[in-house]
Design a binder for this molecule. Structure first.
Ligand SMILES: [Zn+2]
Length: 499
C-alpha cells in the first residue's frame, strides 16, 4: 500500500506542470489505490453471482446497496427492465455517463485460477467474458470522481448505467428509446480487454437478430402429403434464398443462422418451422438494408410453401461510434497511467496458460495499444446504440490474458485473479481521469459535441426495434433459476468498504 501511495505522489509530481486538473486526477488516483481491496471485492462478488442477461437480480441488488453506501442515488427497473441499474451522483450539467454491463454466459462456470476445466457448478453460467470486472471499474472510478467533486465543489452529474443482457444485445435500444440518455452530455463505454485501448470511428459491427417462424398444415407424409403445407420447407427455402443473395451483398456483411424448429419425424409434415438469423454489417444502414432483403426472402418462402410467416426481432445493435475528441482524452490518460506492473508470478502464470492453450507464450500486455491502432471488430455490443445519441468514448482496460478468447470457459479462469484486480485498478484510474476531463473542461465537451455532429450528420439514429417491441423478461429465467441454488453456495461473503 505504501508503494502504491508513493506511485500516486510521483504521478502528482509528473502532472505538476499541468496544474489544477492534474491535482484533481492525482486525488482520484489516490482514492482508487486506497480502495483497491473494495474494488476487487466488487468484481469478485459479481463473478460468483454469474447471472445471465435479464436475470441479474443478485448483481443488481448488490450494486444498488454498494452504490447507495457511497452516496449515489440508485434506480432499478428503468426502461421496463427489472435488472436495469442506473446510479447517479451530483446535479446539473455537465452530465457524464459510464455505460457498461455485468451479465455472464451459459456454461461458463469454472473454478477461478484453474487452467484445467473444472466447473464450480457443472453446466452453470459463468463469467467467461469478465463482465464482473466492469462493475469494479465503474464503481471504483465513480467513487473517486465523487471524492474529487466534493473536495473541489465541482458542478455536474456522474451516472453509471449497467444495462441488462449485453450478451444477447437486448437492453440498450430500449434504454435509448425510454429516454434514459437524453440529458447526457457524454458517455464512456468500458469493457475488459487484454490491453489498454481506445479508438475512434466505427469500433465494431451493427447486428440484427431475428426469429422467423413459419406456420403450415400437418398431414401424413405418405398417406396425404398433398394436403399438408410444410413449414420446414419454408425454412429451407429461406436458407437457400439468402445464399443466393450473399453474392450480391457488400463483402463487409456477415450473416449466420441456426434452425431452431425443424420438425418432429419424417412421416409427419411439420406445421411449424423456425429459423433464427443474425445479420451484420459494418454500419447500421447497411445491416438494415440486408435485413430488409432477408425479410422479403422469408415472405417469398412463405408464399412458395403456402405457409404464413411471423418475424420477431430478438435483439439489435448499432456499431459503437468512438468520438475522436473523447478518445484522444482517454488515450492521454491511458498513457499517463500505463499498464499495471505485472509480477513475475503473474507473467509466468500467463505464459503457462497461453502454452497450455497452444498459444504463443507472450505473457501479459507490456504497454498500451497505440492510438489509432485498433481495428474495427466484427463483434457487436448493444451499447453502440448509445453512441449514436450521445458523444461517447470507449475504454478497454487490461484485465485478461492475451490470446485467451472470450465466450470460452478458459476466459473464466482469471477474472478474479490478481491480474484482473490490477487491471481493475488501472482501468478505474483512467476512467476517473477521463470523467474528470469531461466534467471540468467545457472546451473538451464542446469539441466532442462538434465531432459528434460531424460523425452523425449523414447517419441519423433510427431504432431497429419495432414500435411494439417489449423487453424479453423471461429470457434466461428458467436456466438461471435451475442453477442459482447450487451457485449460491459459492457466493462471496465479503463486502466492499470504501474509505
Ligand atoms: Zn462484453
Amino acid at each position: 500500500m505504501i508503494r502504491a501511495m508513493l506511485g500516486a505522489t510521483a504521478l502528482a509530481l509528473a502532472f505538476a506542470a499541468h496544474g489544477q486538473s492534474d491535482e484533481r486526477k492525482a486525488l482520484a488516483f489516490e482514492a482508487v489505490e486506497r480502495n483497491a481491496d473494495s474494488i476487487a471485492t466488487i468484481g469478485d462478488r459479481l463473478y460468483y453471482y454469474a447471472e445471465l442477461g435479464m436475470q441479474e437480480q443478485e448483481s443488481a441488488k448488490f450494486l444498488k446497496e454498494t452504490l447507495e453506501a457511497i452516496g449515489f442515488k440508485v434506480d432499478l427497473g428503468g426502461g421496463g427492465f427489472p435488472t436495469n441499474v442506473w446510479a447517479q451522483y451530483g446535479s446539473g450539467k455537465p452530465h457524464i455517463v459510464i455505460v457498461t454491463e455485468i451479465d455472464a454466459l451459459p456454461e461458463g462456470s469454472q473454478t477461478p485460477g484453474s487452467i484445467e476445466r473444472k466447473p464450480l457448478v457443472k453446466g452453470a453460467p459463468g463469467h467467461m467474458e469478465g463482465h464482473n470486472t466492469h462493475g469494479a471499474v465503474a464503481v471504483g472510478a465513480a467513487y473517486a470522481v465523487k471524492r474529487v467533486m466534493e473536495r473541489y465543489k465541482l458542478p455536474g452529474t456522474i451516472s453509471i448505467s449497467f444495462g441488462p443482457a449485453e450478451e444477447q444485445l437486448v437492453s440498450r435500444p430500449f434504454l435509448v428509446r425510454a429516454g434514459l440518455f437524453k440529458d447526457a452530455d457524454a458517455a464512456i463505454l468500458i469493457h475488459i480487454g487484454e490491453n489498454f485501448s481506445t479508438g475512434y470511428g466505427l469500433q465494431n459491427y451493427a447486428a440484427i437478430s431475428a426469429k422467423f417462424t413459419f406456420h403450415g398444415k400437418t398431414a401424413h407424409g405418405a398417406v396425404n402429403p398433398w394436403e399438408g403445407r410444410d413449414a420446414v420447407d419454408a425454412v429451407e427455402l429461406m436458407d437457400m434464398g439468402f445464399d443466393k443473395l450473399r453474392e450480391h451483398l457488400r463483402p463487409s456483411q456477415r450473416a449466420h443462422r441456426t434452425i431452431t424448429i425443424g420438425g418432429i419425424q419424417p412421416n409427419i409434415i411439420p406445421d411449424l418451422g423456425q429459423i433464427w438469423w443474425f445479420v451484420r454489417d459494418a454500419n447500421a444502414p447497411w445491416a438494415k438494408e440486408n435485413f430488409d432483403k432477408l425479410v422479403n426472402i422469408a415472405r417469398g418462402a412463405a408464399m412458395m410453401t403456402g405457409t404464413t410467416m411471423e418475424m420477431e426481432i430478438v435483439a439489435s445493435a448499432w456499431p459503437q461510434l468512438g468520438n475522436r475528441v473523447i478518445a484522444e482524452a482517454i488515450q492521454k490518460n491511458i498513457d499517463a497511467v500505463g499498464n499495471p506492473k505485472w509480477s513475475e508470478e503473474e507473467q509466468k502464470f500467463a505464459r503457462d496458460f497461453q502454452s497450455a492453450l497452444g498459444l504463443k507464450a507472450v505473457g501479459l500486455a507490456p504497454a498500451p495499444v497505440k492510438f489509432g491502432a485498433r481495428p474495427q471488430s466484427f463483434a457487436s455490443n448493444d451499447s453502440g446504440d448509445v453512441t449514436w445519441n450521445v458523444p461517447a468514448g470507449n475504454l478497454n482496460f487490461p484485465a485478461s490474458v492475451p490470446g485467451v478468447n472470450y465466450h470460452n470457459w478458459q476466459a473464466a479462469v482469471t477474472p478474479i485473479s490478481s491480474i484482473a484486480h490490477k487491471g481493475e485498478v488501472a482501468g478505474a484510474k483512467v476512467l476517473a481521469a477521463s470523467l474528470l476531463d469531461l466534467l471540468t473542461s467545457r472546451e473538451l465537451l464542446d469539441k466532442a459535441k462538434a465531432q459528434f455532429r460531424d460523425d452523425t450528420r449523414d447517419t441519423p439514429y433510427f431504432s431497429f426495434l419495432p414500435a411494439d417491441a417489449k423487453p424479453p423478461l423471461e429470457l434466461n429465467r428458467e436456466m438461471m433459476e435451475r442453477f442459482r441454488p447450487e451457485m449460491r453456495k459459492h457466493y462471496l461473503d465479503r463486502r466492499p468498504q470504501f474509505k
